[in-house]
Write a new protein. Structure first.
Length: 197
């Protein structure tokens, strides 16, 4: 009768260890991709003509593509926040009894935008609507992060040398390309890496 050893040869253990490490790295990479932000937010303050804050005003963002309403109410400081809004174009509406209803069309929300939009309501009946045009540029005053959107026309019109999509990040202010050589060494079955000098 022949005995079969339950012990695997060392080369098989090395192969399974390397395969497990590769699987772990893939899982970590794909988990990071799943956490990327695909929403934006809009926040601001609602005041009256004397710059006093208005508590209890209803603020709504209506998605112009889906016609879905996202609503919030101002707090005691007159502040509102609409978080986790899907990307798209919105119409902002603000109303409070004793004041004219405000409507601001065409507020575009891009990936990870945190827009600050303040409203000044005029005294009047709620049935009166005051369209808000233009105003101050939509700026994220809560962060110093740089960001931007590369639209499909820019992508299609640019000659991408080597077709590396990461080079599109150079189109944004503050974009910088850093290429450091990386050397991979395999010594006795152990994978090591170090930046080449």
């Amino acid at each position: 009768m022949r005995r079969v050893s339950a012990r695997q040869p060392p080369s098989s253990l090395l192969f399974h260890s390397c395969a497990a490490c590769v699987l772990l790295l893939k899982l970590l990479f794909y988990a990071d991709v799943g956490w990327s932000q695909t929403t934006g937010s809009i926040a601001g303050r609602v005041t009256d003509p004397s710059k006093a804050t208005i508590a209890g005003a209803k603020v709504a963002a209506v998605n112009l593509r889906t016609n879905f309403r996202y609503e919030s109410t101002t707090n005691g400081a007159g502040e509102y926040a609409l978080a986790n809004l899907p990307l798209g174009t919105y119409q902002m509406e603000v109303e409070k009894s004793g004041f004219k209803k405000l409507v601001r069309p065409d507020v575009t929300l891009h990936v990870q935008d945190a827009l600050a939009i303040d409203f000044e309501m005029a005294v009047g009946a709620v049935t009166e609507v005051v369209p808000v045009q233009g105003g101050a540029p939509l700026v994220d005053t809560t962060s110093s992060a740089l960001g931007g959107l590369v639209n499909h026309n820019e992508i299609e019109d640019l000659p991408l040398n080597g077709r590396n999509y990461i080079d599109l990040s150079l189109l944004q202010a503050g974009g910088e390309l850093v290429r450091e050589p990386f050397q991979i060494n395999i010594v006795k079955g152990i994978l090591t890496g170090a930046a080449a000098a």
